[in-house]
Design a protein around this ligand. Structure first.
Ligand code: SF4
Ligand code: SF4
Ligand SMILES: [Zn+2]
Length: 266
């Protein structure tokens, strides 16, 4: 198996995984989505809320704020000594206290203050509710680790997708260099270079086959590699994208080992 990183940003990563089959590719994708834990607000105590937004709606919105997560710092509640009752080893408290003066104000995720500076909203710009003059909210919220399989709010990824690696081939003996394929390609993969057709950035090809339909002599073939996949992983901001990939790969390995141990014990 070979891994090549194509792009690494603050919140996203694109990489090429070669030498695997589609079942493995999908297992890794689903591990990132549903098995890798992240922090999220799970219990909310509304001490005061005179805004027009119902307490339940406010609690729901708080739960959907991605929180920065350090996996080593917290226990999963069901693995903690407190047996899920909630303690400082498995829970982090955030508070929100905001009151409007004589003008309307918007309450944002940045107004939450956390007892742990490492567990804070990944973005401070998420609007929570609007307060009319002299309305007030006072809230205590409890965040904990959870998995996407339990609730999508715990997913550390906004999106994780993979696609086959495109193979764009031009049969030069058939090509008349008419240039028609260049104009129809939405991804600008094909170009005329010195009277000949050349390809560029083929990883961007979306396999639409518009070029094949346009090419009268049938000079273009679009195919894909069966054992290679291009992943695009976008973090919610809960975890760095590289950590999402490495930790998910470790988790998948552990789960495969459990299955192997079981099979060996039969
Ligand atoms: S449409 Fe076909 S024949 Fe025309 S330039 Fe493209 S590959 Fe060549
Ligand atoms: S399949 Fe679509 S995206 Fe790919 S080279 Fe052809 S026209 Fe462009
Ligand atoms: Zn605990």
């Amino acid at each position: 198996m070979e891994i090549t990183i194509i792009h690494k940003g603050e919140n996203d990563i694109h990489f090429l995984l070669e030498g695997i089959d589609v079942a493995f590719a999908n297992a890794l994708r689903r591990t990132m989505l549903t098995r890798l834990p992240a922090m999220s607000i799970d219990e909310v105590l509304v001490l005061e809320n005179t805004s027009v937004m119902y307490d339940e709606m406010l609690a729901h919105r708080l739960g959907l704020i991605p929180l920065t997560t350090v996996l080593e710092d917290y226990n999963m509640p069901d693995e903690c000594d407190c047996e899920g009752k909630g303690c400082s080893l498995c829970q982090c408290t955030l508070t929100l206290e905001k009151e409007a003066g004589d003008d309307d104000i918007m309450v944002y995720s940045r107004d939450l203050s956390s007892q742990d500076p490492k567990v804070v909203p990944a973005s401070g710009d998420i609007p929570l509710t609007k307060l009319a003059p002299h309305q007030r909210v006072i809230i205590e919220a409890y965040a904990r680790l959870g998995r996407g399989v339990e609730n999508a709010k715990f997913q550390p990824v906004a999106t994780v997708a993979y696609k086959y690696i495109p193979l764009v081939t031009v049969d030069k003996s058939k090509c008349t260099a008419c240039g028609d394929c260049v104009d129809v390609c939405p991804k600008k993969i094909l170009r005329l270079d010195g009277g000949k057709i050349a390809t560029q950035n083929t990883l961007d090809c979306n396999l639409c086959e518009a070029c094949v339909d346009e090419c009268e002599p049938g000079a273009i073939t679009i195919d894909s590699k069966a054992d290679s996949f291009l992943y695009r992983v976008e973090s919610t901001g809960a975890l760095p994208p590289k950590e999402i990939v490495t930790k998910s790969a470790e988790l998948l390995k552990e789960r495969i080992q459990v299955a192997l141990d079981f099979a060996n014990s039969l």
